[in-house]
Every structure is written in C-alpha cells, then in structure tokens.
Write a protein that binds this ligand. Structure first.
Ligand code: ADP
Length: 363
C-alpha cells in the first residue's frame, strides 16, 4: 500500500482530450482505462477496482450529477474528480453534492490534476493504515482473551500432567522386565511432552508482548540460541556460517524475545537441512522507513519452502511436522513486529531464506 500508483478511469467524450489525459497519466506511472461515454464507463468490468475517476461533466449521454449515483454504487472506492467548463459553477456544485471529491476547470492544469490525485493516493494510504491498526487492535484483544484462557488451562493441566508423569515412572519400575511395555510408556511420555509444548507455545503466542529492551549485539543473541539448540543437533553435523564482517550488529532490542525468534528460525533449519546441515547468517546495514536498521538473512540447505506454502508460513498452527505446533514463525513475527521490524520469507531455493529487518532504535 506504499505504492502510490492509482487505477484511474477517464470518462471524456472528446477523443483528443481523452488520449492526452491517458498519455499524461501513464507517463506519471498511473494505470489508466478510458471511456467515451457514460454507457461505456458503466459497462467497464473493472469499475469496482478504480481508485479515481476523472469525469467530464457533460457527456453525450449524461451529466456528471446524473451519472454520479450510479458510478458511486458501482465503484464505491473511487474518488471522482469532475472536469468542467469555466462558467459551470452550478454543475460543479451539483456534482459535489452528489459526492464528487474535487473539480478541475478546463483547460486542465496538469499540476492541479497531479496534486488532486496525490491527495487521493495519500488518503487511501491513511485509510489503509487505519484499517491495519484497527485489525491489529482487534487481533491483540482476541489474543489476550485466548492467552488468559490458555494460561489457566496450562496451569491446571500441568498439575494433571505431573501426576500422570509420576504414575508412569512408577509403572515403568513395575514393568521394567517388559521392553514392549517400557516402549509404550516412553511413547506416552513423549505425547505428554508434546501436549506441554503445545500449551506453552499457545501461551507464548497469545500473551501480550512487553519488550524489555537494551542495546545489544544481535550476533551474541543468535549464537546463544544456536548453543541452546544442542539437543536438536545431537547426531547431526551442523554448522552456523556468519557473513557479518564490518557490519554494526547493535540494535535496541529485547534479548530474550529476539533469542526466541532466532531459536525458532534455527530450530526449523536444523529440522529441514540436509546433512551436513549448513545455516548461513548474512548481516547488512539498511534503512527502514528512513531510519537506520539492520537486515539479517538466514538461509539453510534444506528443501526450501514451496511457493504454495509461502503465504501460510506465519499463520498460527500451520505446520507440516508430525510433532509441530505451527506457532514458531507466528511467535517470531509477533516479536519482530513488536520491535517495529519485519520478518519475511525470501524467494525459494536453494534452501529456505528468511529476512529479519530491525530498526536500530525503538519505533
Ligand atoms: P512448526 O515448526 O511447529 O511446524 P513453525 O511456525 O516454526 O511451526 O513452522 C511452520 C512450517 O513452516 C513448518 O512446519 C515447515 O513446514 C515450514 N518451515 C519453516 N521453516 C522452514 C525451513 N527452514 N525449511 C523448510 N520449511 C520450513
């Protein structure tokens, strides 16, 4: 939505004026469709997609004020700019009353037209940001409610899990001479561990994220996450290769939370990588919305992410693993966004690539 390009419909019966306007707008990078009459405009199958309509006030088959209600119904998102003759004040007032956004006098002053379109583009951007902010607010309310419920559930279940764990340990002593029973007990214990992990992950995902930030060197954070994954590396040859020479790796960030992000990414790479596993971290300085930022690229040597899965990766509970919860990347995204940053999956192959962009200071 940072793209200022607009889809514009020009409704003008004079062929020269119509084509001049099309050329001018296309040279400005806009996407343009033209119509020579009200009937032709109303027949356009793209009407609902237009962001702006430049409407000649007098068309052979309608005036702007007569056409406006039908246009507004068919293209509710479009802002209409009425183009009119110098002496046509009454017509302008009628069109504005019908909901036109702006008017311009013939002959068209191109700078005024550009300014009017720039205002429309800016208003659409603001409306979009507002909508995103509203969605985020609804989402965090929903998550807070889920978090509270799951925290209660996790607490109660932990007691029950501990009791059954104790019973299983006693049972394994009783049946220690029966390997098939010991094997079944181990599988029950694994299932209980999975349940515990699921509760903890849902709680982690849904609970509000309060950052405790300090200036830190992020390479120390991902190295620690790598060290802490020693159990996931057992029996595997795995190397973390860094390309970070000369790059300032400092950001104001929450050490613990960013550790979770790196852990989730590295854990996935350890699960997916082909032996010997190689995970590569590349760092570079960049900017984010005009402010200094750090961009990290994590790439592994696994099968990568098929294009059809890319859009689902960060959805909670999306997993292809038999014992996955599908919350690792969803949690990572919440944490990175709480820092004012971005996490994205890169183009596929070779291996899976994830980009994290973090502002160097706090948002
Ligand atoms: P989980 O690890 O519990 O499945 P995640 O949210 O961490 O949850 O990952 C979701 C899914 O994304 C994984 O199940 C896997 O299909 C895919 N995925 C994530 N990282 C990688 C990777 N490095 N290589 C291949 N697939 C990956």
């Amino acid at each position: 939505m940072d793209d200022p390009t607009l889809d514009i419909l020009v409704i003008e019966d004079d062929p020269d004026a119509r084509e001049n306007l099309r050329d001018l707008l296309e040279m400005d990078g806009q996407r343009v469709e033209v119509a020579g009459s009200a009937a032709e405009a109303m027949a356009s199958e793209h009407l609902p997609q237009f962001a702006a309509i430049i409407l000649d006030r007098r068309l052979p088959d309608a005036t702007a004020e007569r056409l406006m209600p039908r246009l507004k119904a068919a293209a509710p998102d479009a802002a209409v700019i009425v183009v009119t003759g110098y002496s046509d004040l009454q017509g302008v007032i009628a069109a504005l009353r019908q909901g036109a956004e702006d008017y311009l006098i013939k002959p068209l002053n191109h700078d005024l037209l550009r300014a009017s379109l720039a205002r429309i583009s800016e208003r659409r951007r603001l409306a979009h940001s507002l909508e995103e902010a509203r969605e985020r607010a609804v989402q965090s309310e929903r998550l807070a409610a889920i978090g509270e419920m799951v925290a209660g559930l996790a607490h109660e279940s932990r007691n029950a899990l501990q009791r059954s764990q104790a019973c299983l340990e006693m049972l394994s002593l009783t049946v220690r001479d029966r390997p098939e029973a010991i094997d079944l007990i181990a599988r029950i214990q694994n299932a209980q561990d999975d349940l515990h992990t699921l509760y903890e992950d849902v709680r982690g995902y849904a609970s509000p994220i309060k950052l405790d930030c300090d200036r830190c060197d992020l390479s120390l954070v991902w190295r620690e996450a790598w060290e802490n994954l020693s159990s996931a590396r057992i029996g595997k040859e795995a190397t973390l290769v860094e390309h970070i020479e000369g790059v300032n790796l400092h950001c104001v960030a929450d050490l613990f939370r960013m550790g979770q992000v790196f852990r989730n990414l590295l854990d996935n790479s350890l699960a997916a990588g082909f032996p010997p596993i190689v995970v590569e971290v590349v760092a570079e300085s960049t900017t984010m919305e005009g402010r200094p930022a750090l961009r990290l690229r994590f790439r592994d040597n696994g099968p990568g992410i098929p294009p059809e899965r890319r859009s689902q990766l960060f959805d909670p509970f999306f997993t292809t693993k038999a014992r996955g919860t599908g919350l690792g990347l969803a949690i990572a995204r919440r944490i990175v966004e709480a820092h004012g940053g971005r996490i994205e999956v890169g183009e596929n192959g070779p291996g899976a690539t994830f980009f994290i962009t973090l502002p160097r200071g706090l948002p």
